[in-house]
Design a protein around this ligand. Structure first.
Ligand code: SAH
Length: 244
């Protein structure tokens, strides 16, 4: 990471209330791994240092707004891709136990490799589909928090995520601008699968100013046995929402 990149990371993280001084080296190594992997595969579309720092690292860390992920909690990153937000979270919060889940093996292998290179002992990489894992004993109700960034519309996220949580658990969804229709459908879907929207926090990404919304859904009752529906159905026939 260049000195300018380091300064950008530290100053934007400071805007989020995070002191990354002792962690800049880890982020530098993650940057190198991403750039190398992106040259070899199409793991992520972001290549430049500035883009990776702002749109992957800092954007991922915005899920630490509020106190939703405080404490020694088990976190599932649903649809982690190349490890976002899982890897930045695990670097910044060693007390979290983070499971990075994705349906694409190649991406999950990258996350596992990156975690090893960075010496992160609090990351587990898991290949599979949320629809199937969410029915497995040990996985169903197996986490305290689900985080998810840029994966699906809120009603789909509710159906895929809430089965992984016990009552009292939280889904912390990182979304872009969120229209009232998606929020309404998301609230109804959450109610259907045992959840309730607890917070909707709009904010802008440091430096770039892009619109973001953090949506927090609390699990308030058991998820009915029929959810999640089988693979592909939550996306094709989202609860209370139009398919895209
Ligand atoms: N969270 C990452 C990746 C977003 S792309 C980031 O913000 O950069 C969405 C990812 O979700 C893809 O890698 C896709 O494979 C994964 N995904 C989508 N639906 C899924 C499902 N039902 N189960 C597991 N992974 C899923």
């Amino acid at each position: 990471m260049t000195p300018e990149g380091r300064e950008l990371l530290l100053s934007t993280a400071a805007e989020l209330g995070l002191d990354l001084t002792g962690r800049a080296e880890a982020f530098g190594r993650l940057l190198d791994l991403l750039v190398t992997a992106a040259d070899q595969t199409n793991l992520t579309s972001l290549r430049g240092e500035r883009d990776i720092i702002l749109k992957h690292f800092v954007d991922s860390l915005t899920c630490l707004r509020g106190e939703w992920l405080d404490g020694e909690v088990r976190v599932l990153d649903l649809g982690t891709g190349a490890g976002f937000p899982a890897l930045p979270l695990a670097i910044v919060r060693p007390e979290l136990s983070v499971t990075a889940l994705d349906a694409t093996r190649k991406k999950v292998e990258f996350v596992g490799r990156a975690a090893r290179h960075l010496g992160l002992t609090n990351v587990e990489a898991l290949v599979g589909r949320a629809e199937t894992l969410g029915r497995q004993p040990g996985q169903r109700e197996g986490y305290d928090r689900v985080v998810t960034r840029a994966v699906a519309a809120l009603p789909i996220l509710a159906e895929l995520s809430l089965p992984f949580l016990p009552v009292g658990g939280l889904l912390v969804a990182q979304k872009g601008a969120l229209g009232p229709e998606e929020l309404e459908a998301g609230s109804r879907a959450a109610a259907e699968v045992g959840g309730e929207v607890r917070a909707v926090e709009p904010f802008t990404l440091p430096v770039l100013g892009d619109a973001r919304t953090l949506v927090v859904v609390e699990k308030t009752g058991p998820t009915p046995e029929r959810y999640p529906r089988r693979e592909g159905v939550p996306n094709k026939q989202p609860l209370f929402w139009k398919a895209t």
